[in-house]
Design a protein around this ligand. Structure first.
Ligand code: NAD
Ligand code: DAU
Length: 359
């Protein structure tokens, strides 16, 4: 706590000295999308100080933020969003003008093995942050959510006012977070908004998710485990586009509104797999293993992002080029992913994929 007080105190000192520099609290900023968001804000919003509060779970990695270490407008707070006294401590020390909540347990397959931590972080943790925002009358609370809350989409594309129908423990925990956020706005007038993003890819994604897992396996000349027939459809969004979409909604969106942030790149998992095989110079015959499907696997997600488009946001990155650059990034950053893959990720991989008959 002394450590926290000290570093937040520094921010308060700076805030007083600089007369009104707004401080944004970003939670989960050491993870995949959060770290890109933190770097984007520091780069493009010179008036903003960022406080990154992260518990550094298996998915949190300060190396994602190495380039901004020591940045004068950035501070890190090592804390859990479920810990009300740690969260309140941050709020008591400085006025937070916006909260962007990325912190979550984020992997569907892990939620199927063990859902409890998902309920704690994604629902209770969200509640703790909302309560702090309510007490301090924070100007904006943006909840980073997911297209998975809509569930399987047989036809067409999900719109923000469609009913939610989550089908995995992860999706249900995120839907619980969304409902808490909207209920808080309705009941207490907390200044809330939600983004629901589609499947995100790019540098620094933990190698348990489809694209980084497959690329790193292929680099190592290992086969890739395709669930079931591999004809499930996801809509892919580059991480920089996702981070920009969240920033755009935070600055231009209306309170109590939900905004879909979709990439517009619908692909089957087999299409992605074949492209990654090409990019890594491996062959379909030797490097694909069809393994047991994910229980309750949603067949298709599709987002209608026209509401975010009408707000002025559009994805900028071309998918084919983005995928090629992502594969290249993993080839060029083995020092980032090898320790993860041979460390904590290895035990998880053995448990998860032994059950599926992949090994
Ligand atoms: P991630 O798993 O890479 O990172 C999560 C971060 O949250 C980590 O730094 C972790 O240490 C931190 N964290 C976890 N529990 C915490 C807790 N209790 N207290 C404080 N910090 C905690 O996740 P990601 O892929 O970057 O996803 C970020 C957010 O975006 C999540 O809310 C996720 O649901 C949502 N989202 C992700 C995607 C995607 O494709 N990755 C798509 C749409 C929405
Ligand atoms: O749709 C948004 C969601 O995208 C986010 O909310 C989640 O945080 C994020 O993890 C992601 O969820 P998915 O379950 O869609 O992502 P994942 O990369 O785990 O899987 C993508 C697809 O690939 C899915 O249909 C399952 C399949 N898959 C995945 C893995 C890890 C495989 O076939 N084999 C695998 O080994």
């Amino acid at each position: 706590m002394g450590f926290q007080n000290d570093l937040v105190g520094t921010v308060r000192g700076r805030k007083q000295a600089e007369l009104g520099t707004p401080v944004w609290l970003v939670t989960g900023g050491a993870g995949f999308i959060g770290s890109h968001f933190v770097k984007l804000v520091l780069r493009e919003r010179p008036e903003i100080t960022v406080l990154n509060l992260d518990a550094l779970t298996y998915a949190g990695n300060l190396e994602n933020l190495a380039e901004i270490e020591g940045h004068p407008r950035y501070r890190f707070v090592h804390a859990n969003i479920c810990d009300a006294s740690a969260v309140n401590g941050v709020f008591e020390e400085c006025a937070i003008s916006a909260i962007v909540n990325f912190a979550a347990e984020s992997h569907v397959d892990r939620s199927i093995l063990d859902p409890e931590e998902f309920l704690r972080t994604d629902i209770l943790g969200t509640h703790v942050l909302l309560e702090a925002a309510r007490r301090q009358q924070t100007n904006r609370f943006l909840q980073v959510s997911t297209d998975e809350v809509y569930g399987h989409v047989a036809h067409g594309a999900s719109r923000e006012d469609d009913p939610i129908a989550p089908r995995s423990p992860y999706a249900a925990s995120k839907a619980g977070g969304d409902l808490q956020v909207l209920a808080h706005g309705t009941t207490y007038g907390t200044s809330v908004m939600i983004t629901r993003g589609s499947n995100t890819y790019g540098p620094n994604q933990y190698p348990e998710k489809l694209i980084p897992l497959f690329v790193t396996n292929l680099i190592d000349d290992e086969p890739v485990p395709v669930y079931g027939d591999g004809l499930q459809i996801r809509d892919w969004l580059h991480v920089e586009d996702h981070a920009r979409g969240i920033l755009h909604v935070l600055e231009h969106g209306e309170l109590m509104n939900v905004y879909n942030i979709g990439g517009g790149n619908a692909r089957t998992n087999m299409e992605i797999t074949k492209r990654l095989l090409d990019l890594c110079g491996r062959s379909k015959g030797t490097h694909i293993r069809h393994v047991l499907d994910r229980p309750g696997h949603d067949r298709r997600y599709a987002l209608d992002a026209s509401k975010a488009h009408s707000l002025g946001w559009r994805p900028r990155r071309d998918f084919e080029q983005g995928l090629e650059e992502t594969a290249a990034w993993y080839r060029e950053h083995e020092s980032w992913w090898r320790p993860i893959k041979s460390g904590g990720c290895a035990d998880y991989y053995r448990t998860q994929y032994a059950e599926r008959g992949a090994r």
